[in-house]
Design a protein around this ligand. Structure first.
Ligand code: NAD
Length: 478
């Protein structure tokens, strides 16, 4: 695959641009190349989005919603084409690619349904003969910058609320996962989305992403990615007082108390850690189990980890694909080394699997490490791969203190059958989400966004509409 940018409803070549290679993380083969679209690509896309904005804003919200619903239907109809493309560039098993595309479709449908809820308020008696009202206005051109771990759902979280509120979008996918995003834009256009409403510009973060974040005509940057880059985006956006939403890194704790359904909690921890090869912002990254059950919990997760089938994403039966990159795997190996050096004991996995199939991709065994030091890297930093530390704790207060002793505050889980302790945990854990006795599933209906170093602003829920609109006040005197 050799592609262009997608601007103003058509493929847009970037003459003379450097080419970036995209490789399959499961076997190293070349998937295709993209141009480094850079400032030229971003300028053309922002101009197209700016030109399309007035007519899109003037389109009734309900009509915009119907178009977004049509786009969702068209993406769903293209799942058989898109899923293998996603697996090739991202590495995840085909089954997970299909699930991701399903979530992308559902999110767009959710916002299509909310299109009729975009409204202001009124005050009938501000003063004698004076009434007031608020209008909800779109921001204009929105820049959407997303990472490689869930390229389609993380984009849908931005496209859905941006489109139904009347904004136009320039999206910059990660340089390693550009093809599905470019295809989504073609599909959306073919489904009836007007030219210029959804543009995609491929390229690296440092060059093309930076050009988008610093463009004076972009009114908002909706960013998902790492905390350091999120902070950089916020600083860059400050130059033009752009709005920002930042969905950043996490180190989600899962607490299991002594009265919990231990088997269910073990399943949730295993699923929550190893899905997408552990490369999810909301993956379970730290387990704290009451000392009376902690060893049982750690052994239970280790057993499940040991049973997972590793393989290329297209191989039938694969449950765990490769990591997305060589650097990602090297970081996990280093974090594990540090955990072991600090006193941790490896209960499952521990290294690169052996075999010809695994030599070609960035595979790492699903790994469980018991009781490393609380100041080791797996405790302090984000672990973005199939590595799970488990620690014993002394009851609820100790568990909450450990959970909160992290710079991150994205998600969190607690397993207990005591309603009072569950509520105390939900109230006291510093995180944007707490799941009680539940797998870490994100719902379109509920706002999602991290505290502390995990983010700024919310996506999902009706709440997200607020982040794509400005409120304007109007006073009427008669
Ligand atoms: P990253 O920050 O390196 O890259 C994310 C995106 O930003 C990419 O498109 C990249 O090209 C772009 N980018 C990089 N430098 C840029 C710059 N200077 N200007 C503009 N754009 C730039 O993130 P990553 O490491 O590839 O992704 C993984 C991280 O994302 C993890 O920390 C993970 O937790 C986080 N994440 C968070 C959420 C959430 O919703 N909170 C969801 C998924 C991933």
């Amino acid at each position: 695959m050799v592609t262009h940018a997608f601007i103003n409803g058509a493929a847009h070549p970037i003459e003379g641009a450097d080419e970036l290679e995209v490789r399959d993380p499961g076997d190293g083969s070349l998937v295709g190349t993209i141009p480094e679209a850079g400032t030229r690509g971003i300028d053309a896309a922002v101009e197209a989005a700016r030109a399309a904005f007035p007519a899109w804003w003037a389109t009734p919200a309900g009509e915009r919603g119907k178009l977004v619903a049509k786009v969702a239907d068209a993406i769903e109809a293209a799942t058989d084409e898109l899923a293998p493309m996603l697996t090739a560039e991202q590495g995840k098993p085909l089954r997970e690619s299909r699930l991701e595309l399903h979530r992308c479709v559902e999110t767009l449908r959710h916002y299509a349904g909310l299109s009729l809820n975009i409204r202001g308020t009124s005050v009938s008696d501000l003063d004698t003969g004076t009434r007031g009202m608020t209008l909800s206005r779109p921001l204009g051109v929105v820049g959407a910058i997303v990472p490689w771990n869930f390229p389609t759902t993380l984009l849908a979280n931005k496209l859905g609320p941006a489109f139904v509120t009347g904004n136009t979008v320039v999206a910059k996918p990660d340089e390693t996962t550009p093809f599905v995003t470019l295809r989504l834009a073609e599909i959306a256009h073919a489904a009836g989305l007007p030219a210029g409403v959804f543009n995609v510009v491929p390229g690296s973060g440092e060059v093309t992403g930076q050009a988008l974040a610093s463009h004076p005509d972009v009114r908002k940057i909706a960013f998902t990615g790492s905390t350091p880059v999120g902070k950089h985006i916020m600083r860059t956006a400050a130059d033009h007082l752009k709005r920002v939403t930042l969905e950043l890194g996490g180190s989600d704790p899962l607490i299991i108390l002594d009265d919990a359904d231990v088997d269910a909690a073990i399943s949730a921890a295993s699923m929550g850690r190893f899905f997408n090869c552990g490369q999810a912002c909301l993956a379970i990254k730290r387990v704290y189990a009451d000392a009376s059950i902690a060893e049982q919990v750690a052994q239970g997760i280790a057993e499940k980890a040991g049973r997972l089938t590793l393989g290329h994403g297209t191989t039938k039966g694969t449950q765990l694909g490769p990591l997305h990159s060589q650097e990602g795997r090297a970081t996990i190996a280093k974090q594990l080394e540090d955990a072991v050096a600090s006193g941790g004991e490896v209960l499952a996995g521990g290294g690169v699997p052996e075999g010809e199939v695994y030599d070609r991709g960035w595979f790492h065994e699903p790994t469980v490490v018991w009781n490393p030091s609380h100041d080791s890297a797996v405790s302090v930093d984000e672990t973005f791969g199939p590595l799970l530390p488990v620690w014993p704790v002394d009851g609820l207060d100790d568990a909450i203190a450990r959970a909160n002793a992290s710079p991150f505050g994205l998600g969190s889980s607690v397993w207990t059958n005591d309603l009072g302790r569950a509520m105390a945990a939900a109230e006291r854990i510093d995180a944007g989400y707490t799941w009680v006795n539940s797998r870490t599933k994100v719902y379109d209906e509920l706002p999602f966004g991290g505290l502390k170093e995990s983010g700024y602003g919310k996506e999902h829920g009706e709440e997200a509409l607020r982040y794509y609109t400005e409120v304007k006040s109007v006073v009427f005197r008669s």
